[in-house]
Design a protein around this ligand. Structure first.
Ligand code: PLP
Length: 510
């Protein structure tokens, strides 16, 4: 009761504001919220190396701490920040820890966190140039810098979106529209009787299959092409598949090449695939979500020859540009070739400007209408760090992966399971007793189980974190170095941590 009266009084006394100060705080209140939040950010960044990487918690425990009915009356920001500090933070996995090697996960940057705060405060909505003139220009600029980083032609263009899955989806939609024209868009799949075919290696990310499913192309119409010993697409097999499909009356329309697969980091032979795409009139899409920015590192650059010939390229600045989620990106070699797939007519999308740069609308190049100001964190991170620092950090990540591969090769208790192409390494613990002589299927299965247990124990211990992969049918411990904080020393600590987990796992079976 007293609480309610006090709140009513605050809202009346709030110098001319029409609503409660929780929605429309004074400058002083904003400074107070911001100060406390920034204080937390600084302390978090400072201590991240010492935190246990993954929380040991459960959904039930978290619900117990968090769940409550929708509050009718609000409470102080300080209270909410306390819940954030005491429940949310300890219940989170710390992806910025230098020995978090799971999946393909960026650490975030402090300047991008601040940029996201500013972007939300400005609340620009980048539907079209007219809605956010300077933010739209900044997005064009950030895209130009990314084009330069990965070696695209000046005529290319693109936009930011939520992530790589959306970028892959959007690229396939553009590719399908170029092949089918407006028929499917207007009358549905039935209007195009011949089955469409997409080609991608067996190592391709599942978001390509998901896109094919959602677009009505069908998952089974993604033909999986076999790979060589380095997990790169076999281009002769690609040509055979295209020829076979044509003979059978199907319509090949798109080939997806990988510039860094998620399992082993393989980069498909891009220039050769581009040649095949040209010869057969296919849209070439490159999924460079994980690997694309490694072109900034001199030691990896040659792998990306041919990338600029792609019709579209998916990238994830929230991976190897180190940005916090979310930030995906799609680049078209010729944006005008993609436009017919997305442009639409509605009163609210009618553009009155006549100057082409001012008539520009992002909605003509992808599925989104409202879009947040992701470009600010891309621009701020790149402009603040400079390309040399980013390139050095990526080179250092590559060096860490090569270093751990050498340590594994030189060890008596580990075995590398795939070549290290970029910053992903796949290996397993192999007790010296299992090393000698040949292994039966049962021995292999036992090794799978042992390594799976090692991974779980490693994750629980909290000092290093690996995820898993299946390599030629075997369970692999898989790591991806994607953090500017990671050093060679961390790679040595990782192997010590894995050894410790292995001892524990073996002890358990005694
Ligand atoms: C991460 C990734 C994706 C999916 O991207 P999201 O941003 O997670 O949606 C697709 N392909 C590759 C190669 C990736 O590494």
């Amino acid at each position: 009761m007293i609480h309610t009266i006090l709140r009513v009084m605050t809202s009346i006394s709030s110098d001319g504001r029409g609503v409660d100060s929780a929605l429309d705080p004074s400058a002083e209140q904003i400074r107070d919220m911001g100060g406390r939040a920034i204080e937390w950010i600084a302390a978090y960044q400072d201590s991240i190396r010492d935190l246990p990487i993954a929380p040991r918690t459960s959904a039930a425990a978290l619900k117990e701490l968090l769940a409550e009915p929708l509050p009718v009356e609000g409470r102080d920001f300080a209270d909410l920040l306390q819940v954030f500090r005491e429940v949310v933070v300890p219940g989170s996995r710390h992806n910025g820890h230098p020995r978090f090697f799971g999946y393909v996960s960026a650490p975030g940057t402090a300047v991008a966190a601040v940029a996201d705060l500013l972007a939300s405060a400005l609340n620009a909505n980048l539907t079209a140039w007219r809605s956010a003139p300077a933010p739209a220009e900044l997005e064009h600029l950030a895209i130009d810098w990314i084009k330069e980083a990965i070696g695209c032609d000046p005529g290319a263009g693109g936009l930011f979106m939520s992530g790589g899955s959306m970028a892959n989806f959007t690229a396939l939609a553009a590719a399908r529209h170029r092949h089918c024209g407006d028929t499917i868009a207007s009358d549905g799949m039935a209007a195009h009787p011949a089955p469409l075919r997409v080609y991608a290696s067996t190592e391709t990310h599942h978001s390509i299959h998901k896109a094919a499913a959602l677009l009505g192309i069908g998952r089974t119409n993604v033909r999986e092409i076999q790979v060589d010993a380095r997990f790169r697409m076999d281009v002769n097999a690609l040509v055979r598949a295209i020829e076979d499909d044509r003979t059978a009356g199907a319509e090949p329309f798109c080939v997806v090449a990988n510039a860094g697969t998620v399992v082993t980091g393989a980069v498909d032979p891009l220039a050769e695939i581009a040649e095949v795409a040209r010869e057969y009139g296919l849209w070439m899409h490159v999924d460079a979500c994980y690997g694309g920015f490694a072109r900034l590192a001199p030691s990896a650059r040659a792998l990306f020859d041919g990338l600029s010939e792609a019709d579209s390229i998916s990238l994830d600045p929230h991976k190897w540009l180190y940005l916090p989620a979310d930030c995906g990106c799609l680049i078209y070699r010729d944006p005008e070739a993609a436009r017919p797939a997305f442009s639409l007519d509605a009163d609210y999308t009618r553009v009155m400007q006549t100057e082409p740069a001012e008539a520009f609308a992002f909605w003509d190049y992808g599925p989104d209408l409202s879009r947040r100001f992701r470009a600010l964190k891309v621009w701020m991170t790149l402009a603040h760090a400079g390309s040399r620092t980013v390139s050095d950090a990526i080179e250092s990540n590559l060096d860490c992966a090569r270093h751990v591969a050498e340590l594994i090769d030189d060890s008596v208790d580990f075995e590398l399971l795939a070549p290290v192409e970029l910053s992903i390494f796949c290996f397993r613990y192999l007790p010296p007793s299992a090393r000698a002589g040949s292994r039966s299927q049962a021995d292999e299965e036992q090794l799978d189980r042992l390594n799976e247990r090692i991974m779980v124990l490693l994750q629980q211990a909290g000092s290093s974190y690996l995820s898993n992969a299946t390599i030629n049918g075997r369970f692999a411990l898989r790591g991806c170095v994607l953090n500017y904080r990671t050093t060679r020393r961390d790679m040595q600590i990782l192997l010590d941590d894995v050894r410790h987990a292995a001892e524990q796992a073996i002890e358990e079976t005694r």
